[in-house]
Ligand binder design. Structure first.
Ligand code: HEM
Ligand code: HEM
Length: 181
């Protein structure tokens, strides 16, 4: 079952969800590690990885969003209150918004800095803006705030999923499980 049905997520939506969950969490850790590393050639390499994975996320996201738009999500899980279902939907839209805004703001940092960047040391990434120290510093603050907002929202999202599973005992988590058809 590739597509979603009324009561289940399809294989493609599940694959996107779990691949993104892993790479977004890894990317949050990598950004922090690169940021905290002492100035060294390794720090620069960590940032090339961070930026390369970040632009890859942005590209993959266009596919995920296209799939999401042509593929209606399942209906509310039995036993979940209407308001809660819509609150979850709103949370998901915010997650998507931040998944776009975070890499775009990272690109803004990179684009306004003086450091040339080729994704995976191979693919030149278009440079739209002139190097500008002030703009780069504003972009760094914005990227930092947005990554923190994304982290908070992910924690709320995971706690909500676990609450549905372990406290309310409904099918919310089970139907996103990669091991269940
Ligand atoms: C252990 C970690 C995670 C668990 C247990 C989890 C659980 C779930 C579950 C159960 C759903 C389905 C909700 C429903 O049917 O209404 C869901 C949807 C979703 N999750 Fe997660 N999630 C996790 C991590 C993440 C991460 C890191 C992100 C990315 C930022 C994320 C983004 C989303 C989005 C955007 C949806 C909505 C899917 C759609 O409408 O296409 N999740 N998650
Ligand atoms: C989903 C994608 C991304 C996530 C989750 C993410 C996450 C992070 C995190 C957590 C930090 C450390 C922030 C801090 O401690 O203040 C960071 C820093 C940074 N990120 Fe990203 N990032 C993403 C995409 C990108 C992209 C696409 C680029 C560039 C093309 C980028 C460039 C940077 C740069 C240059 C810094 C250092 C900023 C500074 O010096 O303050 N990031 N990122």
């Amino acid at each position: 079952m590739l597509k979603n049905t009324d009561d289940a997520w399809g294989i493609v939506a599940k694959a996107f969800h779990w691949v993104f969950a892993v790479i977004i969490l890894a990317q949050l850790v990598l950004g922090k590690v690169a940021e905290e590393a002492q100035v060294s050639p390794q720090k620069l390499d960590l940032f090339v990885w961070h930026k390369s994975i970040g632009v890859t996320i942005l590209l993959l996201l266009t596919l995920r969003i296209a799939w999401r738009l042509v593929n209606t999500p399942p209906k509310a899980v039995a036993g979940v209150a209407r308001w809660e279902h819509w609150a979850a939907r709103a949370g998901h839209i915010l997650l998507y918004t931040l998944m776009i805004a975070v890499p775009l703001s990272g690109w803004w940092v990179s684009d306004t800095s003086r450091i040339p960047f080729e994704a995976f040391w191979l693919v030149p990434v278009p440079d739209f803006l002139e190097a500008n120290r002030d703009a780069s510093q504003v972009a760094e603050v914005v990227h930092g705030i947005l990554t923190k907002a994304l982290l908070v929202l992910i924690v709320v999202h995971i706690v909500a999923a676990l609450r549905h599973h372990f406290i309310l005992g409904n099918d919310t988590l089970r139907r996103m499980s990669p091991f269940r058809r």
